[in-house]
Design a binder for this molecule. Structure first.
Ligand code: MLT
Length: 267
């Protein structure tokens, strides 16, 4: 069911499906809660799944000049508090993972487990920061070409023709992301700090989902982070790029179901 919560004078759109223990799904850059339609449908047979349009994405309007990862995490907390939820497993895809890490830093007592889904605790390199600036200039003029070029790169080459429907859907969602939302998120990602300490100090288990064909975040670098948490789990998807919930739906669903069950059993 689609619902709304108020955050800083804007309406935050989210979906709430299923019953029981809670999983929170946070989408990536240029995505919306709809990116998780199939994934959340499967998870909701077993858990209550909350999926949120982050500020400046989907149908949640942009709030400010910079959408820092902390601001987005506060928005997520507001939604969860409005439902009087206290403990949950937080799953963040890519930029959603940066938000999930900021959330875990700000509100560790609410986190039963964290899933870093094609994401990283490392900040942007200097080169990446420069690239964010370049992309901001392009997007301010016209974001359609940038989006059309980027989306296919999120999928492993071998999956592009197999997952035509999913590529089209990801593109449609990205094209409807408002320009201000794109630029504010780029500024927020560019200034995000390292959150290696969040991984290191976490009192809850952490699952890393890593795609071996990921063109956005190199799998070797992500694998290094898996040694930081005390209770660390990982799956490496041989045939997946940056979109494991499409490219390896069954595998990622089963891994997350098992991980979530374990997080709640161990409380
Ligand atoms: C994402 O998919 O959320 C972005 O590619 C993350 C990023 O640009 O760092």
């Amino acid at each position: 069911m689609i619902k709304y919560a108020d955050f800083r004078n804007t309406k935050v759109r989210y979906s709430d499906k299923g019953k029981g223990r809670v999983i929170v799904l946070l989408h990536g850059f240029l995505e919306s809660l709809e990116i998780f339609d199939e994934f959340s449908e499967k998870l909701s047979k077993r858990f209550r799944v909350i999926s949120i349009d982050l500020p400046g994405h989907g149908q949640t309007p942009a709030i400010g000049y910079v959408h820092s990862m902390e601001l987005m995490a506060e928005c997520v907390k507001l939604v969860l508090d409005s439902l009087t939820l206290r403990k949950y497993v937080v799953v963040g895809h890519s930029m959603g993972g940066y938000v999930a890490l900021a959330f875990a830093e700000l509100f560790p007592q609410n986190v039963s487990g964290l899933c870093i889904f094609h994401s990283t605790a490392m900040p942007d390199s200097e080169e990446k920061k420069k690239d964010r600036e370049r992309v901001m200039q392009i997007v301010k003029k016209d974001h359609t070409q940038f989006v059309s070029d980027l989306i296919p790169k999120l999928f492993a080459q071998e999956n592009i023709s197999l997952l035509k429907k999913e590529v089209v859907k990801a593109k449609q969602i990205a094209l409807t992301t408002p320009k201000e939302g794109i630029v504010s998120a780029l500024r927020g990602m560019k200034e995000r700090p390292s959150r290696e300490l969040v991984l290191k100090n976490a009192m809850f288990p952490i699952l890393f989902i890593i795609g071996k064909q990921d063109a956005i975040l190199a799998w070797e670098n992500l694998l290094l982070l898996t040694s930081l948490p005390k209770r660390s789990f990982n799956i490496i998807l041989e045939h997946s790029g940056h979109m494991g919930f499409y490219e390896a739906l069954d595998e990622t669903f089963k891994a997350l179901r098992k991980f979530t069950g374990m997080c709640f059993r161990n409380q």
